[in-house]
Design a protein around this ligand. Structure first.
Ligand code: NZQ
Ligand code: ZN
Length: 392
């Protein structure tokens, strides 16, 4: 096991009706003037926004609001938010929505005290040194942004999707009421599930040996997802299944299942190009990319892939031919994604084979990238070619 620091300072406030305590937590973390930031309308339709506003009013907290965050959140909305916060002397950003809304909130939080262009943080020109505090009321189990220091923003011009990360962007508190996710369309639920599983796999495939505790935690989260996700696809109102998935989503990405070992993240890097180019859901892109990546890198450590097949997908170990076992596990993963309603190839995703060289080039790989298997631009072309034609 490698040395590590584990820093997850967010206070998670979990359970039914907990959004009614938003005002209390804002006060606790010193908010005086809040920007309530939300998406394209689901929180208005569900009545959540009104409940949150009431909670703030009851606690005597002033607020202003900015809606309209799109999935794959855009830089244009961030600029609007930064300007509004400066004009209104906002000192705390409250995100009410999903990962896109949280990421946009984090970008605004970093941008307000920064004299330059906030995009500097996303194109590698600058590091976040100061940020307004952020709190969240989460409405979808997926990105894990409610517990992470990451933020992913798309530059409207050229649809360039890029990320940044800083412990300063970890939310002060995140309110997780699983019941809020019951209004999600099944497709969005499934996209979230794929993202959660991908966050674990990015950490599970490691070159660090003997990190049994983290391996086992990863397997536990994956097994939970395999058991609980079909339940909510079948019955969207299943509270306990929603609760298990919601907590799995947070645990999958606050890094507790990744400490003490190297991690990969190439599937995410490849996928961000897809959701940037086609504006598809991140989880849908991962459903296409990740099994293809697994097939491509299988030989790097056949026994690790075979372990995944056995421990997570219940395959029988073939000791004579472990690669067979490994490939069976990958096939089962793809089958699971298909069965919950996700695309597994380019046609189903709405992607074009002709774009493969451009997608690979746009990643801007200098030499190689990735923590498990180092990939070149040509490797990415090969992976996308497998992904393009995959079937169950
Ligand atoms: O905008 P509204 O109207 O709220 O609708 C949203 C949106 O259309 C809808 N939705 C959310 N909660 C709902 C609901 N509809 C009905 N009922 C509810 N309770 O679902 C759609 C998707 O929302 P979005 O916020 O985009 O989903 P998600 O949480 O999957 O976030 C995706 C973004 O997060 C990034 C992705 O790249 C993508 O841009 N990621 C962020 C990470 C991070 N910050 O740590 C890590 C991830 O790997 C990921 O890259
Ligand atoms: Zn993700």
């Amino acid at each position: 096991m490698e040395n590590f620091n584990f820093y997850s300072p967010t206070e998670f406030v979990f359970g039914k009706d907990r959004e009614n305590e938003t005002g209390y937590y804002l006060k606790k973390y010193g908010a005086k003037k809040v920007l309530i930031h939300y998406g394209s309308g689901s929180v208005i339709k569900s009545g959540l926004l009104d409940r949150v506003k009431k909670s703030l009013s009851d606690s005597g907290i002033e607020f202003t609001e900015l809606g309209g965050v799109k999935p794959n959140p855009r830089d244009t909305k961030v600029y609007e938010g930064i300007e509004l916060c400066r004009r209104e002397n906002v000192d705390f950003i409250l995100s009410v929505g999903g990962g896109s809304c949280i990421d946009s909130s984090k970008a605004i939080a970093a941008g307000v005290p920064y004299e330059g262009d906030f995009w500097d943080f996303y194109c590698g020109k600058a590091y976040v040194k100061k940020a307004l505090p952020v709190g969240t009321v989460l409405t979808i189990a997926a990105a894990g942004s409610e517990g992470s220091g990451g933020s992913v923003i798309t530059k409207e011009e050229g649809m360039l999707k890029r990320s940044t990360g800083s412990d300063l962007l970890r939310p002060k508190f995140s309110i997780l009421n699983p019941a809020l996710t019951c209004t999600l369309p099944p497709y969005q639920t499934a996209c979230g599930a794929a993202d959660i599983m991908a966050h674990v796999f990015e950490r599970y495939f490691t070159n660090t040996n003997n990190v049994e505790i983290t391996d086992r935690l990863c397997e536990a989260v994956l097994l939970t997802m395999i058991k609980e996700v079909p339940k909510v696809i079948e019955n969207p109102l299943d509270y306990d299944a929603r609760a298990n998935i919601m907590w799995a989503g947070t645990v999958a990405h606050n890094d507790i299942v990744g400490v003490g070992r190297s991690q990969d993240w190439n599937s995410h890097a490849i996928e961000h190009e897809l959701s940037g180019l086609y504006d598809c859901a991140h989880g849908a892109g991962l459903a296409v990319v990740m099994p293809a990546w697994m097939e491509y890198v299988c030989d790097h450590n056949v026994m690790r892939m075979a372990r995944m097949a056995v421990q997570v997908f219940g395959c029988q170990m073939d000791y004579e031919n472990p690669k067979e076992t490994a490939l069976k596990g990958i096939a089962q993963f793809r089958r699971f994604l298909h069965d919950i309603g996700l695309p597994v190839n380019f046609e189903e995703l709405g992607a074009k084979c002709d774009d493969i060289p451009t997608i690979a080039k746009n990643m801007g790989i200098e030499g190689t990238t990735g923590g498990y298997v180092k990939l070149t631009t040509q490797d990415v072309v090969n992976i996308l070619t497998i992904a393009a034609k995959a079937s169950v």
